[in-house]
Design a protein around this ligand. Sequence first.
Ligand SMILES: [Zn+2]
Ligand SMILES: [Zn+2]
Length: 264
Amino acid sequence: MAKSNLRLCVLASGSKGNSIYIESAGARVLIDAGLSGKELLARLDSIAVDPDTLDAIIITHDHRDHTSGAGVMARRYRLPIYTGYGTIKASEQLWGKVEEIQEIQAGALFSINDLEFYPFSTPHDAAEPMAFIFRAGDKKGGIATDLGFVTRLVRESLKSCDLLVLESNHDEQMLMDGPYPWHLKQRVKSRMGHLSNVECAGLLDDINHDGLKGVVLAHLSEVNNDPQVAFQSVTKNMKTKLPPEVGLSLSWQNRAGKMLSAQV
Ligand SMILES: [Zn+2]
Ligand SMILES: [Zn+2]
């Protein structure tokens, strides 16, 4: 039997734009497309992926940092957009005319070629926010950013993944001492906002296991966090140890991160 594999690369991450490329033997998908079409093409080019080989775009929620380039990419490369009804309604004006939009529902599996997706709801101040796990053969990946806190559903869904992309949005002290106005600080901290580095460490402890192959810290705030701070804070606050060969990897706003593979 052919060995299954799953590869994943965070093309951009942060409040100015998010997109994650995932790939199996039979499918190539973008999860979120929150950069300009031009910038998305540059990021794909930087990891040597031809945009003509993409199969679909999946959107997690309607915030602009996840949606802004989806319409343009869908039109230019004839890609279907998969997302929830609330996200479609909130984004259709921004996207303009798109040939194919597939409505998906939290809790209902769907497939794109050999990639099977399971969307699940997240607590976040958007119309219909979702996170995803996905499988190709015996490999499993999970992506969860833009969530105010870790629900039991989020924690259970993300167990036993080979590859993970988890939100590590802010350092709580930097947020409180930083320049954001009070209402924005409250929004970020709230149960409908974003996960802190310490909360990310707690989540990672709960879902850590021997089969883990790679973890990316994502959606880092440029104002209330710093890659080194996030890395150290997550490492220091974890009570469990990641498998020895698993390095925590970082993601960036202005360039693509490392390509991770679920095959050893
Ligand atoms: Zn976001
Ligand atoms: Zn958001």
